[in-house]
Design a protein around this ligand. Structure first.
Ligand code: 16G
Ligand code: MG
Length: 537
């Protein structure tokens, strides 16, 4: 069959719901799984186009809705798409029937100078949601219709799929990333972890809540590759790893539950001062927390992981003799607590860059540093080493045993930390390594600086799209006059800071405020929310 006939025939099996308009956002497409058939089919077409455009480079496609409820699902390309390709995704998804779709597909092929005869290759995976296997059939239909060579990697975490894609695309080059298998992923992490742990010692277990998602079985698999507790390994207690009952996914557990509600999952049995961590539904996000001696809940979020990593890596670079040659920098968003930014700038003496929300913005900014540490407060993040930094790191001849030991740890970290995207499993091991080296429990980690009290408010308005931001989302440009009102308020609060931005994933505007006391932060947030509400009607 001619490919356009095949594409039309496939599309007819997965018709677009007439009353829906879809948009490729920061998290790809995400919604009720029952609405996604046509969208996934069209993302399959997009992946084929993208791969042909890149001369047969392998493209990853992930079917997941991360921290959303079990009935939702979503789909996104593994790489971080440029805005123009997000628009192509949106255009394909909204073509109203199979004829319009074929027309759009052919138009894109022409406009983007894509050679229809070029090879296209896709690898894909899904999380543990019940709707996953059915959506995979829509994806496969599109890949077959476009003559794409595809590999079904079945159930994986999002970062594992990113890992595989990078391994495949770098195989046989100087940038070879690793063995392109799931086992290869565990082995790489385990070897790096063992090396990074030399000279350090664990105290006590870490309990990891896996949100009843794909992180559960994958963490259990990873543990099999790590040294046992009797051999000095870290004791990882896995909880909330039920993937048999799909309705349990992200229910009363997981990173989003913990971060949004600032509370431990009700299932948590951890004793005071014991380390706890929660992953999200596709394991690309992690937060830590603990109960203080008086049983108050203390969150160690993405800001804390970033500051811990920047502190440790900055010290290692200096003690390895590479302080001048490895410039460490930190990337945050406006949601980062003001105290964390002050700590990085004033105590760690490292530069901080602020970007708009969304992993791709942070990732991009982080690649500008030799070693770029980036985390969103919600726990998405990683540390990226530039090619030049890696070259310096692996070429450098240590001048003393102390330099040599720091150098070994730093080299191991460059393998342990997932370079493709934030990875909850890799980040977990990174934090464990650092705490073990420093001999710190969660309390010592928490005491590095004191968070400013803050409040996040969700405001529903008639049309959130009228709220336009500038300056990395820290200022509102539109509606006109609103920013002046916010500025007028903020000035009245000690250490006050507030901003409002339209959510990219929900139909609402989010308001963030912080100030020197709980009462002031709450008051400022409520007043800014009031301003947004009146501007949004
Ligand atoms: C998406 C983003 C996440 C961001 C969140 C903000 C990726 C992979 N995910 O989940 O980084 O924090 O959106 O949500 O980029 P919001 O726009 O609703 O506040
Ligand atoms: Mg996620």
């Amino acid at each position: 069959m001619h490919s356009s006939d095949a594409i039309a025939a496939g599309a007819a099996k997965f018709p677009k719901p007439a009353d829906r308009t879809f948009q490729y956002g920061t998290a790809g497409f995400r919604m009720k799984a029952s609405l996604l058939d046509s969208v996934v089919y069209r993302v399959g077409l997009l992946a084929a186009l993208r791969s042909r455009k890149l001369n047969g480079q392998t493209i990853g496609v992930m079917i997941t809705a991360s921290h959303n409820p079990p009935d939702d699902n979503g789909v996104k390309l593994g790489e971080m798409l440029e805005a123009s390709w997000e628009n192509h995704a949106t255009t394909l998804a909204n073509a109203k029937n199979e004829h319009a779709l074929v027309e759009t597909y052919e138009l894109l092929t022409d406009n983007l100078n894509i050679k229809p005869e070029a090879k296209s290759r896709v690898v894909f995976a899904r999380d543990t949601r019940a709707s996953g296997p059915h959506l995979v059939t829509a994806l496969v239909e599109a890949l077959n219709a476009t003559g794409t060579e595809s590999t079904d990697c079945r159930v994986l975490t999002t970062p594992q799929l990113h890992y595989l894609t990078r391994c495949i695309n770098t195989k046989g080059t100087v940038y070879e990333y690793g063995e392109p298998t799931e086992q290869g992923y565990y082995k790489k992490l385990a070897v790096a972890f063992n090396t990074a742990m030399q000279g350090a010692k664990f105290s006590g277990p870490v309990t990891v809540d896996c949100a009843n998602g794909v992180g559960g079985p994958k963490l259990r698999e990873l543990i099999k590759h790590l040294p046992s507790v009797s051999d000095g390994g870290v004791e990882i207690k896995v909880v909330n790893d039920d993937i048999v009952e799909p309705e349990k996914l992200n229910h009363l557990c997981g990173a989003d539950y913990v971060k949004t509600g600032q509370r431990a999952p009700p299932s948590s049995q951890a004793a005071p001062l014991a380390r706890c961590a929660s992953l999200d539904g596709d394991a690309d996000r992690i937060v830590y927390y603990f109960l203080d001696s008086d049983s108050t809940f203390r969150l160690l979020d993405g800001d804390r992981i970033a500051t811990l990593a920047a502190l440790f890596i900055g010290d290692l670079a200096r003690s390895a003799g590479l302080g001048e040659k490895l410039k460490v920098g930190v990337v945050q968003t406006a949601y980062a607590n003001g105290s964390s930014t002050a700590y990085i700038e004033n105590d760690l003496r490292l530069p901080v860059v602020c970007t708009p929300t969304g992993v791709k913005h942070l990732h991009h900014a982080a690649t500008k540093f030799d070693v770029g540490v980036y985390f969103e407060a919600n726990g998405h993040g990683t540390v990226v080493f530039s090619d030049l930094a890696l070259k310096r790191l692996f070429k450098y001849e240590p001048k003393s045993p102390a330099q040599s030991s720091s150098l070994n740890t730093l080299r191991a970290l460059s393998h342990l930390i997932n370079q493709t995207v934030g990875d909850a499993l890799s980040d977990l091991l990174l934090v464990e390594v650092i705490l073990a080296h420093k001999g710190w429990g969660p309390k010592e980690w928490d005491q590095t600086y004191t968070d400013l009290p803050n409040r996040l408010v969700r405001v529903e308005v008639a049309d959130r799209n009228i709220f336009k931001t500038v300056d990395a989302e820290r200022k509102l440009e539109k509606p006109e006059g609103v920013q002046a009102l916010i500025d007028g308020l903020v000035g009245k609060y000690k250490q006050g800071r507030a901003f409002a931005r339209a959510s990219g994933t929900e139909d609402a505007v989010r308001v963030y405020a912080e100030a020197s006391t709980r009462g002031e932060a709450d008051d400022l947030a409520a007043k800014v929310a009031g301003i947004v509400k009146s501007a949004g009607v």
